[in-house]
Ligand binder design. Structure first.
Ligand code: SAM
Length: 202
């Protein structure tokens, strides 16, 4: 477990790397490193999620499992009158996400280390986004879905991506159990992006 990308403290030595990528019509520069997800370049599923998610200018957005920040930071940029809160269990990812917020000139960003929605308990969001840690296992994924539901305001939207071959439809069924539905918004190169709406409050 200690050398997975979702270890709280990666054991592999640091070797930072700079990534340049165009998403939502803007150039982004991200620092990545060994011991974090998608070190060599922004993941294909992440890119599809970023291009598909619907974020309004005043949204308060929660990114669970932010890695070095590509989803949550784009969400913050799309919500200049709102804010994005990025959470990851991996301390190296959290440090990179905070650096990447500065590197890309974003001030409406908060980056927190911790497990799932623990660091934002009691706070509420208009939208939640995740490229989830599929390798953490089904029990963790189900727990994260329930926690995300708790953090959303009524009417709040949840966007997530997964590979079809890694259980995207199973995850969508789990989300449907909690949210009452999950709609496939996009499908490309083996990935599917879904939207689920929190219709009720309990
Ligand atoms: C598939 S990666 C996505 C990273 C980033 N959002 C991206 O798209 O490049 C999943 C992330 O979830 C994080 N993670 C795993 N388990 C977690 C947990 N219980 N709570 C918070 N983050 C977790 C991992 O450290 C990893 O950064």
């Amino acid at each position: 477990m200690s050398n997975h990308y979702f270890s709280p403290r990666p054991q592999v030595g640091s070797r930072p790397k700079q990534i340049r990528v165009r998403m939502r019509g803007r150039e982004w520069t991200f620092l990545s490193d060994r011991g974090v997800f998608a070190r060599s370049g922004v993941d294909g599923g992440t890119r599809l999620l970023v291009e598909t998610m619907r974020i309004a200018s005043a949204d308060h957005v929660l990114d669970i499992g932010c890695g070095y920040g590509p989803v949550g930071l784009v969400a913050a940029w799309l919500a200049p009158d709102g804010q994005a809160v990025l959470v990851d269990v991996n301390e190296r990812a959290v440090m990179l996400a905070a650096q990447n917020a500065r590197l890309n000139g974003l001030v409406n960003v908060e980056v927190l280390q911790g497990d799932g929605c623990g660091p934002v308990a009691g706070r509420f969001f208009d939208a939640a986004v995740t490229n989830p840690p599929i390798r953490a296992g089904k029990a963790t994924l189900r727990r994260l879905v329930r926690e995300i539901w708790q953090q959303l305001r009524p009417g709040g939207r949840f966007y997530f991506v997964a590979r079809t071959a890694q259980g995207a439809r199973t995850l969508a069924r789990d989300v449907t159990e909690v949210f009452g539905g999950a709609r496939e918004l996009e499908r490309e190169s083996g990935y599917r992006v879904y939207e689920a709406i929190k219709e009720r409050d309990s």
